[in-house]
Design a protein around this ligand. Sequence first.
Ligand SMILES: [Zn+2]
Length: 338
Amino acid sequence: MPGANNSTQLYLDALVWDAHAGVFPDPSVNLELLQAWPDAGADYVSINVGFDVMEWHETLATLAAYRRWVIAHSDRFVLVDKVQDIDRARAQNKFALSFDIEGMNALNNDINMVSLYHRLGVRQMLFAYNLGNTAAGGCHDNDTGLTRFGRQVVQEMNRVGMIVDCSHAAYTTTMDIISESSRPVVFSHSNPTAIWNHQRNIRDDQIKACAATGGVIGLNGMGIFLGDNDIAIDTLLGHVRYISDLVGTEHIGLGLDYSPRVDIDIGVILRSRPDYWPAGQQYETRDIKHAGPQHLPQLIDAMEHSGFTEADLRGFLGENFRRVAASAWDADQPEPAR
Ligand SMILES: [Zn+2]
């Protein structure tokens, strides 16, 4: 390819895993928008089918709609069960995806919902969405820990085979999740507080505790979590560099939180619910910028120039999250007698 350099070749060749898309879930969303990821060279994304702002049955309705769409478009898209499905999809030039849920309101206080969601394609769940719920504390709310129900959910997620995701939860809740989980945990889309002080970002000891489980922290591409609505490549690089210096390159990944939706104004949604997106946290910012998968070739080039090795870059782009998923999704233990 004309003008191609090492990092371009590497990007084209590497597994590219985006641990979280930021599409506002709704059964009416046309999932043709997913094409933005393979068009940018990505191989897999986890897309949210619900978050705590929604009623639990709206999450189920969204999951039903998305699931049906993906199966109907199996010529291009693959709903993932195990990591081997992602390898197979790549070999067939198809794009792989699975679902995540942001917050435990989707469980309707019923532990039985965890295995149901798993069966329907949910492979990653978060405990809270900014505010506390019956399982966990949220990052924009009082700093509370996991409840008894929340601890049961961690165990059930470990059992059925879901990635345990600490993003959006309160500090104490994340530390409780990390000590409760028997498998690696992730912050799928959270940036370091040390670089940009935001309640959605995470402190050094959270990053260290996550890494100690074998987990991964995914780089969030939203400008207000990176800086003052700043998505400059150097800014992205600074966040990645900080985490890799703190805990090592095997714990960095991508969770860009990106949405290609042009039919909605994200700012209008954020300003409509000041309980979930409180004042003083930059949500009132006009024209919030967002780094998406289309920015990755430039970022990888900058990382290569700043000294990251090929193995580091492959880990960051996808192999690190693949390692966590291989462990988490392989659980498959029998139903306990009740
Ligand atoms: Zn999120």
